[in-house]
Design a protein around this ligand. Sequence first.
Ligand SMILES: C[S@@+](CC[C@H](N)C(=O)[O-])C[C@H]1O[C@@H](n2cnc3c(N)ncnc32)[C@H](O)[C@@H]1O
Length: 324
Amino acid sequence: MTEVPRRRVLQVPRALSAPTPGKRVTGHPLCTARAGRVLSVRPGKRAPVHAGPTPARSATWRYARWQAHLVADVGWRQVHAGSFGAAAAEYERGRPTYPSQALDWLLPTGVRRVLDLGAGTGKLTRQLHDRKLDVVAVESLPQMRAELARVLPGVQVLAGTAEDVSLADGSVEAVLVAQAWHWVDTDRGVPEVARVLTQGGQLGLAWNERDERENWVAELGRITRPRPEQKADYDNPHVGEPFGPLERTDITWTHQLSRDALLDMIASRSYIITAAPDERAKVLRSVRTLLETHPALTGWDHLALPYVTRCFRTRLTHPRVPAR
Ligand SMILES: C[S@@+](CC[C@H](N)C(=O)[O-])C[C@H]1O[C@@H](n2cnc3c(N)ncnc32)[C@H](O)[C@@H]1O
């Protein structure tokens, strides 16, 4: 069957840096992402777009096509929220779990059935599982679910999001969302989370934030810092009705990890995954240099990376509205 090319035009936002025309870019994990349609792009310019079969193109062309297509069609938040699958292995190797004090605080007393929502590769799921809780993991990205299933073969893992949880009404006593609530469209996510909770059920949110009071960690932050518009606000999450007021606690702790794991941790941040390949390589090179040269780090096999885990919890206050 012959496909007839369609024509349309995408606007590339100025905020995105498109690759230099003609400059070859290799090895970016997103270059093999779903086929887009943009033929050429420059920031702020309109690009002609075709559908249908495309000839082999350079990695630069594929990267530009991917960025422009996704951001124009899908939006910045979805592009970043959906980027983790491309670095699922790095995520699993490099990201920390959560301090057990945080779980003690986030879980209601006597809880049995818990949902880990936006579970990723199961960093929190494994800790809930270790506590012998009946845990179900919901995660939207297939690559993250595959890592989770590999690491935790005995745990139920479902495809879904906070806006469409894929569980029955009133089926869990607690919902935990670690490092993911900032991606949620709360207008749709809050009622959906309330729907799957039992009466008086609890929602717990957590974020691990690097503690930059230590000099080398501040330096790491300076090198890898996302642009201001890419920085998630972990301090003021929005939940609101039908949940009650949010309570908060901060827990300081230290994560021991290898140098390679630290590089993986940086490589699995959404603003690094979605960066242009040369920018991404430059950041990782600077992190390597920091690890090799900072006086606080030389001579140690393992690194002690300080974190503050920001925790929030709230309970359902209104009776759940039964499904029609
Ligand atoms: C930074 S990872 C956190 C993964 C895991 N919770 C952890 O603590 O390591 C963010 C996760 O949120 C997921 N996510 C993105 N948008 C989401 C949404 N609207 N609802 C639920 N999860 C979402 C992503 O697929 C990704 O796996």
